[in-house]
Design a protein. Structure first.
Length: 186
């Protein structure tokens, strides 16, 4: 049942322009993957037919930052890679979103060394933190859905200068239950 069946033949539909824009943004989130090691494999599995990230409008992985609006940092990031990651982030279109996928991207994981960044949130404004080593594809889908919900409700936080603030969404897993907590940025 599509939209054409819900509206009579000579009917019309009214809505707000902002709702149509938010629906289009939510339904076409294009990820820019920055994946290393085991989290990268889980990111690839998320796009496969078993988990099908395409159901949520995020199937088009763009390797050009000017065509992407969601950066997924999956896995460990070395100190030498960080300037490249920052440049890619700056080249992405606004509004842009960042997902930190896995323990290594969020905290450095087991790699507590001088060569590995101990959390990408020190250098990039992270919107969603996904825990795990490596996290399951379902967790990444939950993270994308959390960003889509914020976009759809038009709850994008801005500071007084007009710059978008990070969402600070943390996922916590306990057995089969996934809890979502939103940190206040103000």
């Amino acid at each position: 049942m599509g939209l054409e069946e819900a509206i009579p033949v000579d009917g019309y539909m009214t809505t707000q322009v902002s709702r149509v824009i938010n629906w289009a943004r939510r339904s076409s989130v294009w990820p820019m993957p920055f994946a290393t090691a085991c989290c990268g494999i889980e990111l690839m599995a998320t796009a496969s037919s078993r988990f099908d990230l395409a159901r949520f409008g995020a199937e088009v992985f763009r390797f050009s930052p000017r065509q992407a609006d969601l950066m997924i940092v999956a896995g460990r990031v070395s100190v030498k890679m960080m300037p490249v990651l920052q440049r890619i982030y700056l080249q992405m279109t606004e509004p842009k979103w960042v997902v930190s996928m896995g323990a290594c991207a969020s905290t450095g994981g087991v790699f507590d060394t001088y060569a590995v960044v101990q959390g990408v949130d020190q250098f990039l404004p992270v919107d969603v933190y996904i825990p795990g080593c490596p996290p399951r594809p379902e967790m990444l889908i939950e993270g994308v859905m959390a960003i889509q919900k914020i976009i759809d409700e038009d709850n994008i936080p801005y500071d007084p200068d007009g710059k978008r603030l990070p969402l600070g969404i943390n996922f916590q897993t306990s057995d089969d239950i996934v809890n979502l907590s939103i940190n206040s940025t103000s």
